[in-house]
Ligand binder design. Structure first.
Ligand code: FES
Ligand SMILES: [Fe+2]
Length: 340
């Protein structure tokens, strides 16, 4: 049975920044996307800044994403109404002195572009002001670290994609043929350690062998971090780092974002970027495909009929954290509706 809290959670936990698209996916032409069940239009204005609005023309509800970019605003394809990035109607060309002009009638989203991705703020309520957004060191310190962002659409609820990363033991099995994850114990005891922003879930007594630990943190956005030891022949930079985020599209779809990172500077950075593009990227896609295929083919309502064991402590903790947050958010939204 799905509770109201779980139902809310399935759409997407709020009070977070989410990456919605990679930077390279948005140029001047408006792009229509669905995130957290909301239809959103995203484009770049004449200064290259990303703008995001509810994808709904205030006139008759046509998709603004089907319209035109006019530099400081977009125009609806249907009857030409022009809307600025803050949601204000700038012009109704078909009518003289239309009262719609000057009205703020399309919802706008707060946007930040960072580390090759576009982040939007999804508040718990419409008034909820954005939290500060900060990133794990391996992204934030771009002097020392260098990354590639890879993103893919998966046909599963976002919680499964999150839980998959919070489950390091699957690496030894699902990815046993991979170049970097074939080693390490196939049996282990797993332990949880709290951190400032979340927790670390790790194999007891084994670190630096394989995908041995994973961290979950919330610092404006919800992120996961892990490192995989790399053999010397995979080039300079020591451990390979991954920072992952997941954004819900709707109940049955999500978008994953993985930044693949190494600590490299100067010529080592050039070498690593060359090796990655020419050798490693393909291997990484294969690993990611293994995850996607398993998750997209989980039994229907898989979560309702599980027998969890000790290795699933990480995902159980994550579920409890999310349930608790969802419960608070639902209460906040209900209180606001009651007051309205
Ligand atoms: S529906 Fe957009 S201008 Fe009419
Ligand atoms: Fe995996």
């Amino acid at each position: 049975m799905t509770t109201a809290v779980q139902h809310y959670l399935d759409k997407g936990l709020r009070g977070l920044w989410y990456p919605v698209l990679a930077s390279w996916e948005v140029q001047s032409a408006p792009v229509g996307i669905t995130r957290l069940g909301e239809q959103i239009v995203v484009w770049r204005n004449q200064d290259g800044q990303v703008q995001a609005l509810e994808d709904r023309c205030p006139h008759r509800g046509a998709r603004l994403s089907m319209g035109w970019n006019l530099g400081d605003r977009i125009a609806c394809w249907y009857h030409g109404v022009e809307v600025a990035g803050d949601g204000e109607v700038k012009s109704v060309p078909a009518v003289d002195r239309c009262p719609l002009v000057g009205q703020q009638c399309v919802r706008s989203y707060q946007v930040q572009e960072a580390h090759g991705a576009i982040f939007l703020w999804f508040g718990v309520t419409a008034e909820h002001q954005p939290d500060a957004l900060s990133f794990p060191q391996e992204l934030a310190d771009s002097e020392s670290y260098s990354h590639f962002l890879c993103t893919a659409a998966w046909q599963c609820n976002y919680q499964y994609a999150l839980e998959n990363v919070m489950d390091p033991m699957h690496g030894t099995y699902l990815h046993s043929s991979s170049h970097s994850m074939a080693e390490g114990d196939r049996q282990a005891e797993m332990v949880l350690q709290p951190t400032q922003t979340g927790f670390i879930f790790e194999k007891k007594g084994q670190s630096g062998v394989n995908f041995d630990w994973v961290e979950l943190g919330i610092s404006g956005a919800c992120w996961m971090r892990l490192s995989i030891p790399y053999k010397k022949r995979f080039g300079p930079g020591g451990h390979f780092w991954i920072v992952g985020m997941v954004v819900p599209e709707d109940n049955d779809r999500c978008r994953v974002f993985f930044w693949r990172i190494r600590r490299v500077q100067g010529w080592q950075r050039d070498l690593w970027r060359f090796i990655y593009r020419n050798r490693l990227e393909k291997l990484h896609w294969e690993v990611l495909e293994q995850d996607r295929v398993v998750l997209e083919n989980l039994a229907p309502e898989a979560r309702e009929h599980e027998y969890l064991y000790q290795h699933d402590v990480g995902l159980s903790r994550l579920r409890r954290m999310m349930q608790k947050a969802a419960k608070e958010q639902l209460a906040q939204r209900e209180a606001q509706q009651g007051a309205a």
